[in-house]
Design a protein around this ligand. Structure first.
Ligand code: AMP
Length: 181
């Protein structure tokens, strides 16, 4: 469990940037969390303590901010890290999954052998933020396509005024450290 003072440290380190990348969006800037050693350590220690008993095999981070938290967490837990990347970046054979954006669509990929030969590897997917849930839904589907199990999707921030979490909960467990209402 995250103590109230720990939650405050993390929450207060996240900067709101109004009208970025376009008018009407409040962008949650996590660079001010990352360069704050107390906030970054508080967050990572919390995640490590939550997930140490989950019997995980891999942490999968979503391109690109999910890599920062995912790679650090994998190292803390003694697990392997798997990048889920935007289309065209991974060099070996991939599974891919399309998802809708506000305008048009995007696509993410994972290496077909990223979670090992054995089926049913236990995987935690992590990203910095869930908004509409399109990206995370596609990521969870990708994990399943490889034959692995998506045990949970974890976010530092959930925008609860959008229904991304609700949609994602139809296919996996969801945990968010900070909820924005
Ligand atoms: P979505 O697929 O709509 O859930 O969007 C999630 C992805 O978009 C994440 O990788 C976030 O990093 C990014 N994102 C969406 N909205 C915001 C926001 N308000 N502030 C920061 N990042 C955002």
């Amino acid at each position: 469990m995250l103590r109230a003072d720990e939650r405050n440290i993390i929450e207060n380190s996240i900067r709101d940037i109004k009208d970025f990348p376009k008018k009407g969006i409040v962008f949650k800037d996590i660079t001010t969390l990352l360069n704050n050693k107390e906030a970054y350590a508080t967050l990572m220690n919390h995640l490590a303590s939550r997930y140490k008993s989950y019997n995980l095999d891999y942490i999968a981070g979503i391109d690109a901010r999910g890599f920062i938290f995912g790679a650090a967490l994998a190292q803390m837990l003694g697990l392997g890290f798997v990048p889920i990347r935007k289309k065209g970046k991974l060099p070996y054979t991939t599974f891919s999954e399309k998802y809708a954006l506000e305008y048009g669509e995007d696509e993410i990929e994972v290496h077909i052998d990223a979670f090992g030969e054995k089926k049913g590897a236990r995987v935690l997917v992590i990203d910095d933020l869930i908004a509409t849930g399109g990206t995370a839904n596609a990521a969870a589907k990708l994990v399943k396509k490889t034959g692995a199990e998506c045990v949970e999707c974890c976010f530092i921030i959930a925008l609860n005024f959008l229904d991304g979490v609700k949609k994602l909960q139809e296919q996996t467990e969801v945990y968010s450290v900070i909820e924005v209402n």
